[in-house]
Structure formats: structure tokens, C-alpha cells
Write a protein that binds this ligand. Structure first.
Ligand SMILES: C[S@@+](CC[C@H](N)C(=O)[O-])C[C@H]1O[C@@H](n2cnc3c(N)ncnc32)[C@H](O)[C@@H]1O
Length: 182
């Protein structure tokens, strides 16, 4: 956490997507609700309030507010501990570091999460439009090959919240997608 842009607050994309899209999805009853990159837990806390504290788990290198649902872990090692990293996931938001800083970290997270997600569960992550600037990894092909359906967040771009978000924030719905396990 070196500068102010490392603090993700109430206008941050994870929370905007959670409040406007994710909460309205039919999420499977089985499996954890996971956020890879929980930061100050602004979104994780909302997830806990919505799905229940028992189901939600955040992963990060830091836990500055000592949120009880955060596991401090270097997620570049996700999947290496077969016992700890092997559980069912109903929904996973992949938001580790930044794509332009650590594309490999996100790719590792994508590959790990894709193995854990149950049928009809979802993963929220960057799409190929965003990935291709920083990596040759074809993220959309990966998900399709692994029996996921891709839902581009840009389909929400005409909704009122998305118009404001795309105009006023540094983020944009065109860079993210939901992947639903078939
Ligand atoms: C953009 S922030 C996440 C914001 C959060 N999704 C939210 O809703 O507020 C990215 C987070 O990734 C974490 N991070 C960076 N590298 C990591 C790693 N190797 N393992 C785990 N977390 C990491 C950072 O500490 C930071 O909190």
C-alpha cells in the first residue's frame, strides 16, 4: 500500500459491480463466496452481510482492519496447498493487485478459481479486451474450453449506474466479464 490509489473505497469497481450486478444473480446455495484481493474489505463486508459471514472469505497479503473473514496469503501460491486451497466456490471476484502490474498473479487465480467453482457458479474477472494489453493469455478461450459461459459486463452499459460509472470512474464495464460454470 504505497499510495492513495491503493485504497479501494465505496466508489471502487468491486463494490459497484457487487451492488448492481452480483447481488441480483442466482448464486448456487453450495460453495463459498470468495474475494481474491480484499484490501480494506469494503466489498467483502457487504458480501458477508448479504450472503452471511459463514460463507464469505477474502484473500489478501494485508488485512489492515483485521476483518475476521480474511485469510492472509500470497495468492501466487493458490492451489499449491492441496488441503487448504481445495473447496467449492459459488462466486469468486478476482481482484488481486492490478492486471498491468501482475498479470501472472491473475492468471494463476483464474486457473485456480475455475477448478473450484460449482455448476452455475460465477467468476468475476477481467476479459480478453483487458488481458490482451498485458499478457498473451487468452482468458475467454480458457473459460470457454473449461465449460463456462461468458457474460460481458458491457451488456449493462446502458443502465443508469453503469453510465455514471463509465463516465466518472477510472474503470469501465468493457474490461470485465462474468464467467458462469455450465
Ligand atoms: C485493487 S485491491 C482489491 C480491492 C478489493 N477488491 C475491494 O473490493 O475493495 C488489490 C489487492 O490485491 C492485494 N494483492 C496484491 N498482490 C497480492 C498477492 N500476491 N496475494 C494476495 N493479495 C495480493 C493487494 O494487497 C490489494 O489489497
Amino acid at each position: 500500500m504505497k499510495n492513495i490509489s491503493d485504497f479501494c473505497g465505496y466508489d471502487y469497481k468491486s463494490l459497484i459491480y457487487f451492488e448492481n450486478i452480483i447481488k441480483k444473480l442466482k448464486i448456487p446455495k453450495i460453495g463459498k463466496i470468495v474475494q481474491l484481493g480484499s484490501n480494506f474489505c469494503v466489498t467483502l463486508e457487504r458480501m458477508c452481510n448479504f450472503y452471511g459471514h459463514k460463507r464469505c472469505i477474502g484473500y489478501d497479503l494485508i488485512n489492515p482492519l483485521n476483518h475476521p473473514n480474511v485469510v492472509i496469503k500470497d495468492c501466487s501460491k493458490l492451489g499449491k496447498d492441496k488441503k487448504m486451497d481445495n473447496f467449492m466456490i459459488a462466486y469468486c471476484d478476482i481482484d488481486l493487485s492490478s492486471l498491468h502490474i501482475s498479470p501472472k498473479l491473475r492468471i494463476n487465480a483464474v486457473k485456480w478459481a475455475a477448478k473450484q467453482v460449482v455448476k452455475n457458479g460465477y467468476i468475476l474477472t477481467n476479459n480478453s479486451w483487458a488481458f490482451k494489453k498485458h499478457s498473451s493469455f487468452d482468458v475467454e478461450k480458457f473459460f470457454i474450453d473449461n465449460k463456462f459461459k461468458i457474460i460481458q459486463l458491457d451488456k449493462y452499459k446502458n443502465q443508469k449506474w453503469a453510465k455514471i460509472f463509465n463516465k466518472k470512474s477510472p474503470w469501465n464495464t468493457k474490461s470485465a466479464m462474468l464467467c458462469k460454470k455450465l
